[in-house]
Design a protein around this ligand. Structure first.
Ligand SMILES: Nc1ncnc2c1ncn2[C@@H]1O[C@H](COP(=O)(O)OP(=O)(O)OP(=O)(O)O)[C@@H](O)[C@H]1O
Length: 286
């Protein structure tokens, strides 16, 4: 039997005298998918606390369950067992928003309507939602494109529209699944700067999936490394590099190089082990 609501507010699960926590607490979380060819264990005994306002990056080998975990945080997937408790308050705004990989904008809407979409869904009057959307489009250098349709924009601009939409909606928690995976290296640097500019001082909690270690260190306060499937949190590494961050300069910093080495040491074993599994499965089949 599957457990009930996935992301429960702390008040709903804790007794009245329990200490309030401004965090997301994931405890003994397991997820098994039931498929026609049998059960697939996606996550096993995941334990992690994410502090309010923290920018947490999640890395791990392919198929280890990163997206599954994020979807559970978003309330899009239920757990098989274990618990996710959320003490972060929505304070009159949406609790969480999810930003997916690639181009998530609606092609039939202008840039302005895409940016204002979350507010439109929440019934915010047109004048107000347009004013708020324009403020973020301006911050992201997109105001001149407000009446343009997505097909006229580059990949980097589309991701900036995605960022505008996420921040205009103003959730307490932002869940991002490899949003910049398809961008070229030069565009990524600019989009990292845009995201950091919007996030710093916003007090939003961010959980950000990436395969790119540099991206994780440039953006994150902490990097959680997952083990191969069934995924678990193998280790977390603090990124104690000062903010605001200079995306290019920080990569020459000795601390940056040390953090990168620590994350890679942790991840390398998992990637090698996964490669061994795939090779032996191929050998079995052959
Ligand atoms: N709806 C589903 N039904 C069955 N199996 C699923 C489902 N969703 C995910 N899986 C399986 O669960 C495992 C974890 O998948 P998930 O997409 O969460 O991994 P991931 O770490 O995000 O992968 P990647 O890094 O390649 O994007 C995989 O083996 C995947 O095939």
């Amino acid at each position: 039997m599957r457990a009930g609501p996935v992301l429960r507010p702390v008040q709903a699960t804790a007794p009245n005298n329990a200490m309030h926590v401004d965090s997301i607490e994931i405890t003994k979380l397991n997820k098994e998918f039931h498929t026609a060819s049998g059960p697939i264990a996606a996550l096993s005994d995941v334990n992690l606390t994410i502090k309010e306002g923290e920018f947490l990056c999640l890395v791990g080998p392919s198929g280890c369950g990163k997206t599954t975990l994020l979807r559970m945080l978003a309330g899009l997937e239920s757990q098989s067992s274990g618990e996710i408790r959320c003490g972060i308050k929505a304070k009159g705004k949406p609790l969480r928003s999810m930003v997916f990989q690639g181009n998530g904008v609606f092609p039939w809407m202008t840039v302005l309507d895409n940016a204002a979409y979350g507010l439109a869904v929440r019934g915010v009057p047109k004048a107000t939602r347009y004013a708020e959307a324009r403020e973020y489009l301006n911050k992201l250098g997109l105001l001149a494109f407000q009446d343009v349709y997505p097909r006229q924009l580059s990949g980097g601009m589309l991701q900036r529209v995605n960022l505008a939409r996420a921040f205009v909606n103003n959730p307490s928690i932002l869940l991002m699944d490899e949003p910049f995976g398809a961008l070229d290296e030069q565009t990524k640097i600019l989009v990292y700067e845009d995201l950091l500019k919007l996030w710093e001082g916003s007090a939003k909690t961010v959980v950000f999936i990436t395969h790119n270690l540099d991206e994780a260190i440039i953006l994150g306060d902490r990097v959680a490394v997952m083990g191969k499937r069934p995924g678990r949190i193998k280790d977390t590494v603090n990124v104690d590099l000062p903010r605001p961050r200079n995306v290019l300069d920080m990569q020459n910093d000795r601390d940056y190089i040390e953090v990168r080495r620590r994350i890679w040491d942790c991840l390398r074993e998992e990637v090698l082990s996964l490669r061994g599994d795939i090779q032996s499965e191929g050998g079995t089949r052959a």
